[in-house]
Design a protein around this ligand. Sequence first.
Ligand SMILES: *[C@@H]1O[C@H](CO)[C@@H](O)[C@H](O)[C@H]1NC(C)=O
Ligand SMILES: *[C@@H]1O[C@H](CO)[C@@H](O)[C@H](O)[C@H]1NC(C)=O
Length: 242
Amino acid sequence: MLFTFGAIAGLAGIALGLPHPWEEASGPIRILPHSWVFNITSLSGPGCPDFGDTAAVFSTRPTFGMNTVDGSEIYYWHFAYPNLRASVGPGAATSSIWCETTLTYAELDRLGTPPAKPEYRLKAHKNGTAMIATYDLEDGVVAEWKFTYYPAGKEPVVDTITVAGPVSPTSIRHNSPVTELAQWAMPDCGTGSIRYRTELTVTAKKDGARGAVSSDQVQYEGKSEFYGAQQGVSYDWEKCAA
Ligand SMILES: *[C@@H]1O[C@H](CO)[C@@H](O)[C@H](O)[C@H]1NC(C)=O
Ligand SMILES: *[C@@H]1O[C@H](CO)[C@@H](O)[C@H](O)[C@H]1NC(C)=O
């Protein structure tokens, strides 16, 4: 099996990664801390108006982690954005929406607390960006996701995913093409922060063509709610000097 899923924090506001010890006993050498956590510490933009709304079940939130176990060490954590949705139709040939997110990261020890001496340094952008979204696009409609990461003191790094209609309503996970794969290391071991802007643009290149990008809808307490399009942020680690 290529993928293992980290602990699924589900609807909770935090995301906690837990490696699987039985996979470390044999097989490829893996480089990862005992456990780790990502939190969303800031959100801005029309695509994420719900920062701090802890009462909302389907708020902008971390959802799940996944990673390879074949030695390639590709890790993703996903973040759901219920309000990142856009559509076009007669009279509206283009529509876009965006959100800016800051994540904080912390290494955790066996007790679930940050260790006094962290052992790993997080490196962002191991394998571009993934996006799980629901597309309903007529012929002539194109959806584009643009992910701009802002590493401190470096040039921004941009990933894109383009989906062209016709696509009948379906939820799909895409990876951005890995063109110029840039990784950047956090300045310190055991902690870090990743800031990025997510922008969705839907364009009808044919007059009056319809298209919508959203996420799966789920029933919750008798109401239909958007689960949230889920951005997969990729990373891995390097061992810190002893
Ligand atoms: C993440 O959030 C939890 C719960 O609010 C908090 O206990 C923890 O310290 C936070 N960790 C980071 C790395 O921000
Ligand atoms: C890494 O990115 C490439 C290029 O988009 C993709 O084909 C591959 O599936 C990705 N790997 C994982 C483990 O997601």
